[in-house]
Write a new protein. Structure first.
Length: 287
């Protein structure tokens, strides 16, 4: 199995992506505070049966980091442009965290292109906003802090290691999950020019994302959908009834909580996630 890395320009930005395997297309969208490196445990397994496409989202990794365009409709259009450039029509779509927000918007805006959807450890932006109270705010402090203009970049500059280490330690069931080379890989990504600003811009688009989500809140996603979450992450499984949340969003839901797991299931419990993905994708033939 050959893992290739490419860049191409689509929807007005230069996008970096991993391309591995052959067969029906499976797209993996990473979240914060990661890049497409987050899928290193899934790509070899999925690529045995599928063509795996794993882009760095706008503002992240080695993709462009423009000043604007971080609302999820535009980021979903980034994916549509990438797929069009690759000649790929229908896909199975997997998104984690911020990537799940992009995946959800892509599926709603391009329902005919998604055969099945996986959302990992994500509460939709609209539901977070409507549920905000003192308790939720304690868990989602970063959601609010990252939306402050300019200040996060000023405080994080030169201390990206402290910033990232907090999230990887606090968000994982085992605080040593992301260490050594893995941590250094993420650290170098977020030390790149514009990288912190890109991630902040993703969060700063939340008010626009909420408005977009409210426009079609009553429209349920029709394709088979699996929601995976870590049972031990307070901000998601500890604060929301995830089966109820996603049951209100989709017509056909498979709910899969994972024990001894925090916010990063694909890194914390990769064997379980791989088994769930391969089982859920079974039968996906590319049309």
């Amino acid at each position: 199995m050959v893992v290739q890395r490419h860049t191409l320009k689509a929807n007005g930005i230069r996008q970096h992506y991993i391309d591995a395997g052959s067969g029906p297309a499976v797209v993996l969208l990473h979240g914060f505070p990661e890049t497409n490196y987050a899928w290193r445990h899934q790509i070899p397994v999925l690529a045995e049966r599928y063509r795996v496409i794993a882009p760095d989202l706008r503002g992240y990794g080695k993709s462009d980091k423009p000043v604007t365009g971080y609302d999820k409709r535009t980021m979903a259009a980034d994916l549509a442009g990438l797929l069009d450039s690759l000649g790929i029509d229908r896909i199975a779509l997997v998104g984690h965290d911020r990537g799940a927000r992009v995946a959800t918007r892509f599926t709603k805006d391009n329902s005919g292109r998604v055969n099945r959807l996986v959302v990992m450890d994500n509460v939709p932006t609209r539901i977070v906003a409507h549920s905000m109270n003192a308790r939720i705010a304690r868990s989602y402090w970063f959601f609010l802090f990252h939306q402050v203009l300019d200040l996060p970049e000023a405080l994080i500059a030169g201390r990206e290691d402290v910033w990232l280490r907090h999230f990887f330690t606090d968000w994982c069931y085992d605080p040593h999950t992301i260490r050594d080379q893995d941590f250094d890989t993420y650290l170098q990504a977020y030390r790149a020019p514009g990288a912190v600003r890109g991630a902040m811009a993703d969060y700063r688009a939340s008010p626009e994302d909420v408005l977009q989500d409210e426009e079609d809140a009553d429209v349920k996603i029709q394709c088979p959908t699996m929601s995976i979450w870590g049972k031990d992450f307070e901000a998601v499984g500890g604060s929301f009834d995830m089966a109820k949340v996603w049951g209100s969003m989709v017509e056909h839901l498979r709910a899969e909580p994972i024990a001894q797991c925090g916010h990063l299931p694909q890194e914390e419990q990769p064997e379980i996630v791989n088994r769930l993905l391969m089982d859920f994708l079974d039968g996906w033939e590319g049309s």
